[in-house]
Design a protein around this ligand. Structure first.
Ligand SMILES: Cc1cc2nc3c(=O)[nH]c(=O)nc-3n(C[C@H](O)[C@H](O)[C@H](O)COP(=O)(O)OP(=O)(O)OC[C@H]3O[C@@H](n4cnc5c(N)ncnc54)[C@H](O)[C@@H]3O)c2cc1C
Length: 393
């Protein structure tokens, strides 16, 4: 059977002319997956990087050095700034363009219809873009993925297969952490083979959590193919204008290895008081304050001064926020969901304060203090003050 879906397209992102780290990580993972895929199925499918922007052709070389076989670049002044409408349109044009797809593997140019798989970054731009692109392409999307496997699977399903057993070859199994990261969900994007609703769902696509996969070391000897794509842009696609753009530098510093005191939903019994205790402890230790993701959604009512200072996305530790390698990390009222742990697991020494001995954070810390933060933090602050006095005396 000649297959009409081929290759893995990776939609990369750039910032100030440079590839984002997550884009490099996606290319690295795409390379590993496609190498295994080609070996398993004796095929010659490719890792195809897509890059959009203005004066970005030069990035093609770098993309090839880090693992892409082919780069489809689209250079246009109107693509200088990322705007969802126009980016969605151009990426869909690329995915649907048989001529461009045919150039990647001329042997199969006749049959090429669309990419087999597609990757986006699970950052704010990629999450938005992946949803609009896949809606336009009328296929499925799994978001926030952190593990990928390609397998042949057998299944019978009332809707998808009309109840009979079918083999779905080369299926991308997309894993994501769910239910606070305590359960893994496998998401599949399968063609509908039920005669009553027959239709294809390709590409199989996902957005990938930054920091999960490793990029490859650049190899200047790697060779690849560079394809220019000329987009069709209409006036009506350009209704959104970017008047000015400013990158706001964060005032939160998680980069310098130091102490971080973080808090989570465990503040719930007395949010205002507990945040003030965290603030006091951080002051004594000259520490930065981190939070868990739910805290950034302002779940409890506290005074505006505290909520706008601490319950902000910029302070989130974890896959949706920052990764830290603090010397000392104090997790107070934090359960230890895998998305949070990813952001703090490289810390030198970890102290957790939690009344629940079964909380997963217990497995991630050096010292577990069983207790409520409102009881433990005042004792800790008092003791630290004493110790500082002794050291300074
Ligand atoms: C795609 C995706 C991405 C995500 N990204 C992130 C991320 O980057 N960062 C992140 O943090 N989360 C992230 N999450 C959410 C994550 O899965 C968890 O839901 C979240 O980390 C839990 O936050 P928590 O520990 O504050 O709350 P909970 O899980 O509700 O834990 C609260 C803890 O407080 C303890 N507690 C209760 N009372 C007290 C008290 N008086 N004193 C002390 N402790 C007490 C409880 O025993 C419990 O262990 C993500 C989820 C998804 C699906």
């Amino acid at each position: 059977m000649v297959e009409k879906y081929r290759h893995l397209y990776v939609v990369t992102e750039i910032e100030q002319g440079k590839l984002l780290t997550v884009s490099k990580e996606m290319i690295g993972e795409a390379r590993r997956l496609i190498d295994g895929f080609n070996q398993k199925y004796s095929l010659k499918e490719k890792v195809v990087a897509i890059v959009l922007g203005n004066n970005i052709k030069e990035l093609s070389k770098e993309l090839i050095e880090i693992g892409a076989d082919s780069v489809i670049y689209c250079d246009h002044p109107q693509l200088e700034e990322i705007r969802n409408t126009i980016y969605t349109k151009v990426i869909c044009q690329i995915a649907n363009d048989k001529e461009t797809g045919g150039k990647i593997e001329p042997e199969y140019a006749e049959n090429f219809r669309r990419p087999r798989y597609m990757f986006f970054a699970a950052d704010s731009i990629g999450r938005h873009l992946s949803s609009t692109v896949l809606a336009e392409l009328d296929s499925g999307l799994a978001s926030d993925i952190n593990q990928l496997v390609i397998e042949d699977i057998e299944m019978s399903h009332q809707q998808k297969t009309g109840g009979s057993k079918e083999t779905y070859e080369k299926t991308l199994e997309m894993y994501r952490p769910d239910f606070s990261g305590f359960l893994w969900t496998t998401i599949l994007c399968l063609d509908n083979r039920n005669p009553a609703f027959k239709r294809d769902y390709h590409p199989q696509a996902c957005s990938i959590i930054p920091g999960v996969f490793e990029s490859l070391e650049p190899d200047s000897k790697r060779e690849g193919q560079v394809i220019e794509f000329v987009p069709q842009i209409d006036e009506q696609d350009l209704k959104v204008k970017v008047i000015s753009r400013e990158i706001i530098q964060s005032e939160v510093d998680f980069e310098t290895p130091r102490t971080i005191v973080s808090f989570g939903r465990g503040i719930k019994d007395d949010p205002e008081k507990n945040i003030k205790l965290v603030e006091q402890l951080a002051k004594e230790l000259n520490a930065e304050i981190g939070i868990t993701l739910p805290m950034s959604k302002k779940p409890y009512s506290i005074s505006q001064s505290l909520d706008s200072k601490y319950m902000i996305p910029d302070r989130v530790i974890g896959t949706s926020g920052h990764k830290t390698s603090a010397m000392l990390y104090i997790a107070s009222g934090v359960s230890g969901a895998m998305q949070h742990v990813w952001g703090m697991k490289d810390s030198g020494f970890v102290v957790a304060i939690n009344p629940d001995e079964d909380a997963p954070i217990k497995d991630e810390c050096d010292i577990f203090i069983k207790g409520r933060m409102e009881d433990v933090l005042p004792l800790l602050i008092e003791e630290i003050k004493k110790q500082i006095q002794i050291v300074e005396a």
